[in-house]
Design a protein around this ligand. Structure first.
Ligand code: AKG
Ligand code: FE2
Length: 389
């Protein structure tokens, strides 16, 4: 296979929109600002903020200790942590990962380099601007109509792993250490994702032993394949401009991640990420926890577990005074023709009906990129309408 055919093809592009960091640094005309201002019905509004505050008092996202999960404190602690992971996946779909083994320096370097990238003048950042027809590079995503409300953020999207998926022309050459920092960080985080997926597989799959051993092994491999490829989306949310109120802007519209497993680094010590647990309800903030990675179940994991684990709707809101940066590392299966569908005996008992269609990763990502970000609308289309459910 030659190098270009190994890469994911151009999977979709966004309509061109203004650079938000530049808008935030200049004077905004009412007409421009209007494209970003939302009412309560399209994601803005004090009511949502109040709901988040109220919800926060009662609930916070669970924390999983990866070292314990891998057995560093012995078997009993490992089992305890495995149950914690199970509950986090079944009841939340979101959790913070601590003691993950990613060296502090690898995190500090990537943080410093992404901040330094966004601090460059626009012309230098545009050296890695998205091209027509593609999502990689510096720009925006998910803008499909000139009328839709826009997100108050810019992003840099890069395929990171496997190395042959990279398009280095989109990797910044300034700051000079950017590429090395991101490469190291990408590899470290992929290892964390693979460990988590393997632990999830053990929680989910058939009991070991007997004639089921081979089947169990195959299922474990299937789940760990969800960390074979990785892409990162580096988000920059400018502070709210004076002309607006922070709760009228949305940094990233509500969505679930169209991948296997996401691990997110909250670079800035500024809150912004919020999740909505199944069945609606208020928005719950995921406070930045120093040194932690935020894990969340993606759509493909929901499909493969036949809905036992759910990909959860989340969004990013804008801070009134400080900009915020985050690095989302999306782990996914390779972009080939392999179809992925539900593992039907995941419960260990009898055949359960498939609740989702089977689809190839590339086709699913294409479908998502050609749509407006709107909650879990695309996952709804993946569901099989089973009259018994
Ligand atoms: O900035 C955040 O905290 C959320 C980012 C996110 O959800 C994404 O990039 O998919
Ligand atoms: Fe996301």
């Amino acid at each position: 296979m030659d190098d270009t055919s190994a890469k994911p093809r151009n999977l979709g592009a966004s309509l061109p929109v203004p650079n938000v960091q530049e808008l935030a640094g200049g004077e905004l005309t009412p007409a421009v600002l209007d494209r970003y201002l939302r009412g309560a019905d399209d994601g803005g509004g004090a009511a949502a903020a109040a709901a988040a505050a109220a919800a926060a008092e009662e609930e916070s996202v669970p924390v999983v200790d990866l070292g314990r999960l891998l057995g560093q404190d012995g078997g009993v602690a490992q089992e305890e942590e495995a149950s914690r992971l199970r509950a986090a996946c079944e009841e939340w779909g979101f959790f913070q990962v601590v003691n993950h083994g990613v060296p502090e320096q690898a995190i500090e370097d990537v943080k410093a380099d992404v901040e330094a990238f966004f601090a460059l003048p626009l012309a230098e950042k545009q050296a890695v601007a998205q091209g027509p027809g593609g999502i990689e590079g510096y720009g925006q995503a998910f803008v499909v109509s000139p009328e839709q409300k826009l997100d108050w953020a810019d992003m840099l999207f890069l395929s990171t792993l496997p190395p042959e998926y990279r398009s280095l022309n989109f990797w910044p050459s300034r700051p000079a250490t950017f590429r090395a920092s991101l490469e190291r960080y990408a590899g470290e985080v992929q290892r964390v994702a693979a460990h988590l997926l393997r632990a999830m597989a053990r929680n989910l799959l058939l009991p070991a032993g007997g004639g089921l051993k081979q089947q169990r092994k195959g299922q474990e491999e299937l789940l760990t394949r969800l960390a074979a490829a990785q892409a990162v989306r580096i988000n920059y949310y400018p502070a709210c401009p004076e002309e607006a109120h922070a709760d009228q802007l949305v940094g990233l519209s509500p969505h679930s991640d169209a991948v296997g497993l996401t691990l997110l680094l909250q670079v800035s010590p500024v809150a912004g990420l919020q999740i909505r647990r199944g069945g609606g309800g208020g928005w719950i903030p995921v406070e930045p926890l120093p040194g932690a990675l935020v894990a969340n179940v993606g759509d493909l994991l929901e499909v493969i577990t036949n809905g036992r684990y759910r990909s959860i709707e989340h969004r990013a809101v804008v801070d009134a005074r400080h900009h915020r940066v985050s690095v989302a590392a999306f782990h996914n299966a390779m972009f080939d023709d392999t179809p992925y569908g539900p593992i039907l005996n995941a419960s260990g008992g009898g055949e359960e009906p498939a609740r989702y269609r089977t689809i190839a990763v590339e086709d699913y990502v294409k479908l998502v990129l050609s749509s407006k970000l709107q909650g879990k609308n695309i996952m709804d289309a993946m569901k099989i309408n089973n009259p018994t459910h």
